[in-house]
Write a protein that binds this ligand. Structure first.
Ligand SMILES: Cc1cc2nc3c(=O)[nH]c(=O)nc-3n(C[C@H](O)[C@H](O)[C@H](O)COP(=O)(O)OP(=O)(O)OC[C@H]3O[C@@H](n4cnc5c(N)ncnc54)[C@H](O)[C@@H]3O)c2cc1C
Length: 492
């Protein structure tokens, strides 16, 4: 395992191919600082004595080498690994107040492991052997990857091969003796400039005309022909009050301008049924990861709401309790359903465990439905101050400070300085550009709400449920009673 500082050194050696606001920038640009700090946490926390209690969830024992590895570079070997991953993500997200960024790569890697193995069994290919060679280096060297799944998609009513411009979904344009050439662009590619590899996978089910779009491959983030156009945001660093971070996020519109990919990095090449399966499986692993991060983000909002209640002197008031209980019910339901998804996981062809599709998707959907409600509750309990709090410099102005300290006072048990810190942090956490990105990410990350509905209905045996009603209504049913949603009873 490497440290945060070694991770930063790796970044600084990469070729400049990242653009922001019209300029070619380095990966040490201050606008990326928040996201770099987030990823560096995943390298430093596993060995930080303060977090010793969580070492077992932040690390794992490699089933390949027996060595201790960072859990972000591990393949889930059973339900316990899935439970540990979920817990790890909740712990990490609490530290940075948002997305921990490294999950997308972990989830794409896991999905590639499963699907490349299925391809080899079905078609006699060698994708899994190639994948494992790449993965061994990835794990041994504690590397990072982003997931480039979301294509720009053009006209949403048209399939990839029906688009006026075929490049609106990333596809293969040439097959060479030593590899393939791909072209197109992916959007919302979280963390891409700050991770060493980009895992390119399909975004949707594909038809037989769409073999050229059924590509899975890994590409160095700074490879020739890759251009990353960035939009980043970070929470503000307090100027004088002192606080951890800053933390933030960066997304890339990643352009693949005729990028050559050697065969050793190609894990699907034309197997269209498996292209769609890979897309769905990444989404499933990712939605299970959300059963860790969404509860964490609701915890952050819940903590903010409770803190605002304390500052305002309204702790214990009836309506405040109702709202806090509402938020706890959302976070714990999501987390609990994630646990159920892990316990009900199934073993795949490669040996990696896949979480239960229905539990993972209902958890993700439930969290997504309540994203904006969480912010609404914080706004309700905080009152209007976060929207108009004077800038930090005004607190540093000797003439203004006595007035601002006097007039921010609410609950006399909370000092003026702590009132100031609390409201300034809530302003940043709920009203800044970084807050806006968090909101959209919580709604759309891992797939828009409609996609979850499709997965929920697709994985549900409605006929068996209808049979329950038919029996109760006295309508004859041919099949003997069975129900596939009763879950596994773990042997505790
Ligand atoms: C903060 C953030 C981080 C993200 N990180 C990543 C990442 O790291 N990697 C990655 O690959 N992606 C990432 N995503 C992308 C995310 O997965 C997509 O935003 C999501 O899948 C929705 O796709 P879209 O944005 O293209 O919206 P669309 O799919 O265009 O959806 C917009 C609306 O159109 C509807 N719609 C779309 N197609 C149809 C149709 N044919 N018929 C009827 N209705 C339709 C949808 O239901 C939705 O209501 C991220 C997104 C966000 C916001």
């Amino acid at each position: 395992m490497i440290t945060g500082s070694e991770y930063r050194q790796r970044l600084n050696k990469m070729r400049r191919n990242t653009y922001m606001d019209g300029e070619l920038i380095g990966r040490d640009d201050s606008r990326l600082e928040g996201a770099v700090n987030v990823i560096a946490k995943t390298y430093d926390m596993p060995t930080d004595p303060e977090f010793k209690e969580y070492e077992d969830v932040m690390t794992a024992t490699s089933h390949l080498t027996g060595e201790k590895v960072n859990r972000f570079c591990h393949l889930h070997q059973g339900p316990t690994d899935l439970l540990a991953k979920q817990k790890m993500i909740r712990v990490y997200c609490h530290q940075v107040g948002g997305c921990i960024i490294r999950c997308m790569g972990m989830d794409a890697t896991t999905a590639n492991d499963v699907v490349s193995s299925e391809a080899d069994q079905k078609y006699g290919t060698e994708y899994h052997k190639r994948f494992m060679k790449w993965f061994k280096d990835f794990q041994d060297n504690d590397r990072t990857a982003s997931c480039a799944q979301t294509d720009v998609k053009g006209d949403r009513s048209q399939r990839p091969h029906q688009q006026l411009d075929p490049d609106l979904y990333v596809h293969k344009v040439e097959t060479l003796s030593d590899g393939i050439v791909i072209r197109g662009a992916k959007v919302n590619n979280s963390g891409a400039p700050l991770e060493e590899w980009i895992e390119v996978i399909p975004t949707r089910m594909l038809t037989k005309e769409e073999g050229d779009w059924a590509i899975s491959c890994v590409i160095p983030s700074d490879a020739d022909g890759v251009k990353q156009v960035l939009s980043g945001s970070k929470f503000n660093k307090f100027q004088n009050l002192g606080e951890p971070g800053p933390y933030g996020k960066v997304h890339s519109t990643t352009i693949f301008d005729n990028v050559f990919v050697p065969w050793e990095h190609v894990f699907l090449n034309g197997e269209y049924e498996l292209g769609g399966r890979l897309g769905l499986l990444f989404a499933l692993f990712h939605r299970h990861s959300y059963t860790g991060c969404k509860p964490a983000l609701i915890d952050v909002l819940l903590g903010a709401a409770a803190l605002m209640a304390e500052c305002n002197g309204i702790e214990g008031k009836g309506h405040v309790g109702d709202k806090l209980a509402e938020m706890i019910s959302v976070s714990e339901l999501c987390y609990g359903t994630g646990i159920a998804a892990a316990i009900n996981a199934t073993k795949s062809a490669s040996g990696t465990y896949i979480p239960d599709i229905l539990y993972s998707n209902v958890s993700r959907r439930h969290a997504g439905l309540h994203v904006f409600r969480g912010y609404e509750i914080v706004a309700d309990i905080a009152g209007g101050l976060p929207a108009s709090i004077p800038l930090e410099g005004d607190w540093e102005n000797k003439e203004l400070r006595p007035f601002l300290d006097k007039y921010i006072m609410r609950n006399p048990k909370v000092s003026a300085e702590n009132q100031h810190r609390a409201f300034r942090w809530v302003e940043d956490m709920a009203l800044s550009a970084a807050a806006g990105q968090n909101m959209y990410g919580q709604l759309h990350g891992g797939g828009s709400p409609r996609m979850e509905q499709i997965a929920i209905l697709g994985g549900y045996d409605m006929e068996r449920t209808k049979n329950i009603a038919k029996r109760l209504a006295g309508i004859p049913v041919d099949e003997k009673y069975t129900f596939n949603r009763l879950g596994t009873i773990p042997n505790l």
